[in-house]
Design a protein around this ligand. Structure first.
Ligand code: NAP
Length: 246
């Protein structure tokens, strides 16, 4: 079987306003897909979609808000609702890399609510149409943090272990269909992630500068597009992508 053709297929990227999600939007557009770019920061999405009418649709989405996720499809224009695939990049580690007693419960539960419940909500909002068609592709963003725990990572690690279990479960539930389910597990990738964790651009820059190696968001977008363009009989179940120098 040949490469899976994404031309004119509709793909939703949740968490498209920066980092891995924004790079994935660009690469999917390069494959000829029509891309719904969703996140909270609409101005970022509008500049991504600028000059690409019919190809890129900005959509306001807060995955931590059940109503926002549940109403996602009905808020899309008619011609955008037949969604082939979804890439769930929405996630954060706000208040993370701290000992468990050094952040409050609301911060910790926000990480779980966004990374875990948010991923579940987005998939739930799209799965009915995929199940009815019997085809589709769900891509989640796990992490090396979902394989190996580190100090100060209890909550973020828990969230990414959960994403892995959820993704494995989805794959099993739809194994008798042509719905593909992929988990991408990036190593350290230079995005806005560390800045959003600490709310401090200088600290984030230092963190990435002092790492032995980092990936670019495009490196992860490449892995996502690889999985999504694999022949239809191939399910790329997990892809662990790490910097060469670690
Ligand atoms: P990033 O540049 O900070 O991007 C995070 C994206 O998530 C943004 O588009 C943000 O958009 C969106 N987001 C956050 N909360 C949201 C919410 N409640 N509703 C909708 N969108 C939300 O970080 P990134 O590195 O690209 O992260 C993308 C994914 O990769 C995350 O799941 C992260 O855990 C995972 N990951 C990252 C690394 C890394 O080293 N960077 C490694 C492994 C895995 P808005 O703020 O506009 O909503």
């Amino acid at each position: 079987m040949g490469k899976f053709e994404l031309r004119d297929k509709i793909v939703l990227v949740a968490g498209a306003s920066s980092g891995i999600g924004a790079a994935t939007v660009e690469q999917l557009l390069g494959e000829g897909a029509r891309v719904i770019a969703a996140a909270r920061r609409m101005e970022r999405l509008q500049s991504l979609a600028k000059d690409r009418p019919g190809h890129c649709l900005p959509l306001q989405l807060d995955v931590a808000d059940p109503a926002s996720a549940a109403s996602m499809v009905e808020r899309m224009p008619e011609g955008w609702r037949n969604i082939h695939g979804v890439v769930v990049c929405a996630g954060h580690d706000v208040g993370g890399r701290a000992r468990f007693d050094q952040a409050d419960a609301d911060t910790w539960t926000d990480i779980i609510d966004t990374n875990v419940n948010g991923t579940i909500r987005v998939c739930r909002a799209l799965i009915d149409q995929m199940a009815a068609r019997g085809t589709g592709h769900i891509v989640t963003l796990g992490s090396t943090a979902g394989l190996r725990v580190y100090p100060g990572g209890s909550i973020y690690n828990a969230s990414k272990f959960a994403v892995r279990a959820f993704t494995d479960g989805l794959r099993m539930d739809f194994a008798q269909t042509d719905i593909r389910v992929t988990e991408i597990l990036p190593g350290l990738t230079r995005t806005e992630f560390a800045e959003s964790r600490w709310g401090d651009g200088g600290r984030a820059r230092n963190f990435y500068d002092n790492a032995p190696g980092t990936l670019a968001p495009e490196d992860i977008a490449n892995a996502i597009v690889y999985a999504m363009t694999a022949p239809a009989n191939v399910n790329v179940s997990q892809l662990l992508v790490e910097p060469t120098r670690a």
